[in-house]
Design a protein around this ligand. Structure first.
Ligand SMILES: [Zn+2]
Length: 186
């Protein structure tokens, strides 16, 4: 089916109002997606439009693992995997619970609920854990300013970073560096 300017706008804008109404496939990857898929925008000339997911399958396209165009209901375990992947790869970005919901196309309160149910902590607690662990690794190696490390791991509020670090590791970041970084300027 010929792709119209209107349809291209839907794909370009990740318009979720058209989820379950149309699907698009990418010739170069042979993967098909929902309009709302947040994966990288393909080149327009490689895009084909389908009126049903089954139609895409028949033409040899595989469902995208990210937007799961065959599923109406995403299992909780998959949501948790998606959240973990996002936190792991983007911990240095501004990831509020709302932002998480935006990026994963889910309700932020629901995501928080199932994440806590399955993992026993909230996505924000897990995010802080990852950030502090990344900061700890940096403290073991380098001599950057504490505020720089805090910023690089996504914690813009340095006093809060120091407080959280101390709570987790028992030492303030500068003390931790002095104690364990063999290159630290003593
Ligand atoms: Zn997709």
């Amino acid at each position: 089916m010929e792709i119209t300017d209107e349809t291209w706008e839907i794909i370009k804008n990740n318009d979720k109002n058209f989820d379950n109404k149309l699907w698009y496939g990418v010739a170069t990857t042979k993967i098909f997606c929902r309009p709302s898929c947040v994966s990288r925008l393909p080149k327009r000339e490689n895009v084909s439009i389908f009126q049903a997911a089954e139609q895409a399958l028949e033409e040899g396209y595989r469902p995208c693992k990210r937007c799961r165009p065959m599923d109406k209901i995403i299992p909780n375990e998959v949501w948790v995997e998606e959240i973990d992947l996002l936190l792991k790869n983007h911990y240095d970005e501004d990831l509020s619970l709302e932002e998480l919901g935006q990026r994963l196309h889910g309700s932020s309160s629901y995501l928080r609920h199932i994440y806590k149910k399955i993992k026993g902590l909230t996505p924000q607690q897990e995010l802080t854990r990852i950030r502090l662990e990344q900061a700890r690794i940096r403290l073991l190696k380098g001599n950057e300013a504490i505020s720089e490390i805090a910023r690089d791991v996504g914690m813009m509020n340095t006093p809060y970073f120091i407080k959280s670090f101390k709570k987790r590791y028992g030492l303030a970041p500068n003390q931790y560096r002095k104690a364990y970084n063999i290159n630290s300027k003593k």
